[in-house]
Write a protein that binds this ligand. Structure first.
Ligand code: ZN
Length: 355
């Protein structure tokens, strides 16, 4: 069982992921153990994962799941979406079922506001969020930098589709789309995959961000990120490059060395609604950013994620993507204060990444 718990002292939500002890330990095991493992994400090994939720051919069209007697897909696919077998949360399907049960009065975790229930002096969420894996290639590849153009395009289409599905299911208040790549970034398997988690709670951190954006928009008639972008474009020192729809920049107060943002030039359309040509540019730029980071930092572990406001509150928000190569670790000061020490100025990082 996994559990979403609130600490009233720190104000942090924590996922207690009790069912993850049996996760594959590819990165932690010796090389000989790794060789014996079958990669569950490679084409032909589909029986090793939960069934396909949706899959796409290399031209971006949807392909119907069609499994053989072993549970492997007969059809070729480019991007495949499955529920997370070792979910810290739950699957979209189980959540939709529980929500329907709740509406029929069989079990009513939704009755206490936002699925939250009191537990002595604490709060926990009675309604876990759904979690899916989006596998961007049937080839065994270990970084986004190795994705082909068509795989990238299909991947970002799948990302957009699944986010829209999650929003329409109405079982989550907020979605987080992210990738952990390589062991230092928290990946348990080498074959790259995105994770989509729908959260039933909105953290204080996120609430504060949305509120800061809203206040700025109300008083300045433009998003906070638009104001920052204008300044950065004028100053040039932290800009890596600009394209038709997006700008790549190292953030002014980077918490980590070589932290990178890809920011849409036009904040008025959320990622859920952007057109195909905009989406394709974002896909290519994401790979380009990772190639630059790999070149500059000798193939680091990295995380990247998409920052979006909670569903229903996206109008005031300026969504963006953020990339974190993992070169530093939290130490006592960071753990105690939540203030990070970054040994590489973002101006220097941007200069390295431009070249
Ligand atoms: Zn694989």
């Amino acid at each position: 069982m996994s559990d979403l718990r609130f600490d009233p002292v720190s104000g942090h939500w924590t996922v207690i992921a009790g069912n993850r002890n049996n996760r594959p330990v590819e990165f932690l095991s010796a090389e000989r153990v790794r060789k014996r493992l079958i990669c569950p994400f490679c084409g032909g090994n589909e029986q090793e994962t939960p069934p396909t939720n949706i899959m796409y051919a290399s031209d971006g069209s949807q392909v119907d799941s069609n499994v053989d007697e072993h549970g492997n897909e007969n059809e070729g696919w480019s991007t495949r979406v499955v529920s997370n077998k070792y979910a810290a949360f739950g699957s979209i399907d189980s959540l939709v079922e529980r929500k329907q049960d709740a509406e029929e009065g069989q079990d009513n975790p939704l009755e206490v506001g936002a699925g939250k229930v009191a537990h002595g002096p604490y709060i926990r969420s009675a309604l876990p969020g759904p979690q899916e894996l989006i596998i961007p290639s049937r080839r065994h590849i270990s970084s986004v930098s190795s994705l082909y153009d068509n795989e990238l395009k299909v991947l970002f289409r799948a990302n957009q589709d699944r986010l829209n599905t999650l929003r329409d299911c109405n079982v989550a208040k907020h979605a987080m789309l992210f990738m952990n790549c390589r062991s230092e970034a928290g990946a348990s398997l080498e074959h790259i995959h995105l994770q989509l988690i729908g959260s039933p709670v909105i953290s204080d951190h996120l609430k504060n961000r949305v509120e800061r954006n809203r206040l700025h928009l109300d008083s300045h008639k433009e998003t906070l990120m638009s104001a920052l972008l204008k300044w950065e474009i004028a100053k040039k020192t932290r800009i890596i490059y600009q394209a038709k729809y997006f700008t790549v920049v190292c953030p002014y107060a980077s918490r980590f060395p070589f932290q990178v943002w890809i920011v849409p030039n036009d904040p008025s359309v959320s990622f859920l609604e952007i057109d195909e040509d905009v989406r394709d540019e974002l896909a290519y730029m994401s790979r380009d950013v990772i190639r630059r980071l790999e070149e500059a930092l000798d193939n680091p572990s990295y995380n990247f994620l998409m920052h979006m406001a909670p569903f229903g509150q996206m109008a005031a928000d300026h969504w963006y993507m953020e990339f974190f190569p993992r070169t530093t670790r939290a130490a006592g000061f960071e753990l105690g204060t939540d203030v990070w020490v970054n040994p590489i100025a973002p101006e220097l990082a941007a200069k390295r990444l431009r070249s």
